[in-house]
Design a binder for this molecule. Structure first.
Ligand code: ADP
Ligand code: MG
Length: 379
């Protein structure tokens, strides 16, 4: 993969694709992590004498929906850089300047189709292309792939670090590699589980996705969130783990609630057969402590997906215990996934891991061994 070392940017205009797909409450940015994550590349390019034309997407606009304007992101970036960021109203009106940002690239109908005409229009606006949008690297769009084919191109510092760190987990992890996979659905994460069956010493399963595993083993799941289409893949993963000698571990106790709500009646269950009228909403304390021990003994840890409905205080303890164990581990620790990152941040532990991936879908696809078009085009 080509990096900034391979580019000459002095005095040139650089089209920089960033991931500013931030959560908004009206026009207020509720989490600017992604904007801050792009600062090293932006500052490096400016220090090297480049003029920047920034491009990003926000949400999934059907037309030029004003609520999905990048105005708040441009303003926030300006504050962080203590400089003015000019927002270009359209591709026909791109002002000259050292720090210009295009409007939401998904306002352009050709963006997600990787329309070659749109890619040409982007390319005509700049001399060089840099991609720092790891969160969009699994999509072949005009601003991630089309334009990269038309200009001298390379990865920015964030994209480079994401790819090198995640590839490092796959190719040369310090043993033992412990993967923690949780969250809502097995089918979202089965590719990741399969990738780790070949590589990890231990896989710890948590979240609602343990219920298809339990159902496959003949346990009752009560009213727990249990994805039917997940049962077959879960059953296959259990068989493959046996055959490959990978320790695929499931919870041994649970915290139950009557319903998915913070003020519901709760009980601890020593076991995993969930009675009718109850749902499993967190791993239990015994599971949390043996998962924490496995994490403490790891050489490398990859974590994706919360252990329970951590947004609800009565069901946050399992995810918190795992987050604390990951934060305190001697291992190299890598965390991917939007909700897992949100959980770490909520517990104030986000700066205690070695790498917090900014790309949810992209990081999962990379771990699954898929080629990311936004990365391939830079190689
Ligand atoms: P990530 O974004 O980190 O990849 P996911 O999106 O796969 O994670 O899963 C997070 C969601 O799963 C959270 O909204 C959480 O409430 C939900 N969840 C986890 N465990 C349970 C459970 N036992 N029952 C219901 N929902 C759960
Ligand atoms: Mg999620």
């Amino acid at each position: 993969m080509r990096t900034l070392e391979d580019l000459d940017v002095e005095g040139k205009r650089v089209f920089v694709r960033v991931d500013f797909n931030v959560p908004l409450d009206g026009a207020r940015i509720t989490d600017d992590t992604r904007i801050r994550a792009a600062l090293p590349t932006i500052e490096r390019l400016r220090g090297d004498g480049a003029r920047l034309l920034l491009a990003a997407h926000l949400g999934r606009p059907k037309d030029r929906e004003p609520e999905l304007s990048l105005r708040p992101a441009a303003d926030r970036l300006g504050e962080l850089l203590s400089d003015e960021v000019t927002l270009a109203p359209s591709l026909d009106e791109v002002p000259d300047g050292d720090l210009v940002m295009l409007e939401n690239v998904r306002y352009e109908p050709g963006e997600t189709k990787n329309d070659p005409e749109l890619a040409k229009r982007y390319a005509a606006l700049a001399d060089v292309y840099v991609d720092d949008a790891f969160g969009a690297a699994h999509r072949a769009h005009a601003s991630t792939v089309g334009v990269a084919e038309l200009l001298p191109s390379a990865a920015g510092l964030l994209l480079q670090r994401e790819v090198e760190t995640l590839n490092g987990i796959l190719e040369a992890p310090e043993a033992p590699l412990v993967a923690i996979v949780g969250g809502a659905k097995v089918t979202d994460k089965i590719g990741v589980i399969e990738a780790f069956l070949d590589r990890a010493r231990t896989i710890l399963i948590g979240g609602a996705m343990c219920f298809p595993f339990f159902k496959a083993q003949g346990h009752s799941v009560g009213a727990s969130l249990c994805e039917e289409e997940g049962i077959e893949p879960a059953s296959r993963a259990l068989a493959a783990a046996e055959e490959k000698g990978c320790r695929l571990l499931l919870p041994e106790d649970l915290v139950l609630g009557r319903e998915f709500s913070a003020d519901t009646e709760t009980q601890e269950l020593d076991g995993v057969d969930v009675p009718d009228g109850w749902m499993g909403l967190d791993i239990g304390p015994r599971t949390a402590s043996f998962y924490a021990e496995e994490i403490a003994g790891a050489g490398t840890v990859f974590w994706n997906g919360p252990m329970g409905a951590f947004e609800l205080t009565p069901f946050a303890a399992g995810t918190r215990a795992v987050a604390e164990a990951v934060a305190g581990a001697r291992a190299t620790t890598v965390v991917g996934g939007g909700d897992s990152a949100a959980a770490l941040a909520a517990f104030g532990l986000d700066d205690k891991v070695d790498h917090l991936s900014t790309g949810g879908g992209a990081s999962l696809e990379l771990i699954e061994g898929k080629e990311l078009p936004g990365v391939e085009v830079l190689s």
